[in-house]
Design a protein around this ligand. Structure first.
Ligand code: PLP
Length: 374
């Protein structure tokens, strides 16, 4: 449904929905307006088991480990605010983590006397083992929680979450994997990762309506998990607690089985993932060469999903010290929508690759930035 007046290279932020998905949600919304009591109450009670079970199969987990929420922020809030932390506990997080999630860590630390310990992971990153070593070296006897992104937002690097979960949990450290970008981008087998909690968004790379996300919890810990919003279901088990968090738009959750089937039948999930990964890896190499910048992850794409982050050429960084004006300039003067990120004191540009993108999109970006760089 994207307008054809813009070269859209930012699927990663909020996703984008196929017309069929939008129309499906619109039909569900009409049902809600025709008979709200039936659609929000009775229908959802009846449908939730099958919604949860179709998503569990897609994610490689068990239905009774899975809960639905509206977005990754809500998932992280539910988990972190369910923890009982004590003064001196350390919450460990790499500096590639998403800003809003970092703020939630700060909030719970402030309320409990725990501390947030940020581990600097310098770029370029050469391989997974380097990431494991850096994060492992930052663990101490006081580390209670490791929060690790599966695919990072500012740097678009795929972290070795299975290896990190194994190392941390062997030391008694809880592991929360923020997989906001992972479903639909990576071939996900959540249970095989072995995290205490795995969370993800569905409105990014699964292309559901906005407002669909999930938490998968280790069965041993599920009794202590509560949603960020406490409602009727309190103390009736996680399924009751998460299924009803008050009046809200349930059509994104209700659309999940439709989207999973529809994309499978139109393109196939494996094909879509393969296409997007190949396109992102190709764009990564092409842009590094065009702008003569060093890559921050291997050029073979081994640490990429379907996004790639590049350093902006030095001369552009000199003239645009802030991200806002450069983003707006690309959008307003060149009709290119692409995120410019500030991270580790530098400016970066991140491209996404989704089925609607074409090689010309990235070549246009390459040319525009090369000319701007002078
Ligand atoms: C890694 C990561 N975590 C969390 C979020 C927050 O997602 P939401 O805004 O859907 O809560 C994002 C959003 O882009 C993200 O990239």
């Amino acid at each position: 449904m994207l307008g054809n007046d813009v070269t859209f290279l930012n699927h990663g932020s909020f996703g984008a929905r196929p017309t069929a998905v939008h129309e499906h949600q619109e039909a569900l919304r009409r049902q809600v307006e025709r008979q709200p009591i039936q659609a929000i109450d009775a229908d959802m009670v009846e449908l939730m088991p099958s919604i949860r079970s179709s998503l569990a199969t897609f994610l490689g987990t068990a239905t009774d480990r899975l809960d639905l929420v509206a977005n990754a922020s809500e998932a992280v809030n539910s988990i972190l605010r369910s923890l009982e932390l004590s003064p001196g506990d350390e919450l460990l997080v790499p500096d590639h983590a998403y800003g809003a999630v970092h703020q939630t860590l700060r909030y719970v630390a402030h309320r409990t006397g725990a501390t947030v310990k940020v581990v600097h992971v310098p770029v370029p990153v050469h391989d997974s083992q380097e990431l494991v070593n850096l994060v492992q070296d930052a663990m101490t006897d006081r580390t209670r929680l490791l929060l690790i992104d599966h695919v990072t937002s500012p740097t678009a690097i795929r972290f070795p979450v299975r290896e990190l979960a194994a190392v941390a949990r062997a030391r008694g450290i809880d592991v929360l994997v923020d997989g906001a970008h992972a479903p639909g981008m990576l071939d996900l087998k959540v249970d095989s990762i072995g995290a205490t909690w795995y969370i993800g968004n569905l409105h990014k790379w699964v292309c559901t309506p906005i407002g669909a996300a999930f938490i998968v919890t280790d069965p041993d810990r599920i009794d202590t998990l509560h949603p960020a919003i406490i409602s009727h279901g309190y103390q009736q088990g996680h399924v009751e607690e998460f299924n009803w968090q008050g009046t809200r738009d349930y059509t994104p959750w209700r659309s999940i089985p439709f989207v999973l089937d529809w994309i499978q039948s139109e393109w196939g999930w494996d094909e879509m993932r393969r296409h997007n990964h190949q396109m992102a890896s190709w764009a990564h190499v092409m842009l590094c060469e065009a702008w003569e910048v060093e890559p921050i992850s291997p050029l073979d794409g081994s640490l990429l999903g379907s996004m790639a982050t590049l350093a902006l050429p030095e001369s552009i960084r000199a003239s645009y010290q802030q991200l806002g004006p450069l983003h707006d300039h690309l959008r307003d003067e060149h009709a290119i929508e692409v995120p410019i990120m500030e991270w580790d004191g530098r400016l970066w540009l991140r491209v996404s690759a989704q089925l609607y993108n074409r090689p010309e999109d990235y070549r246009r970006l390459a040319d525009v930035v090369r000319i701007m760089a002078g």
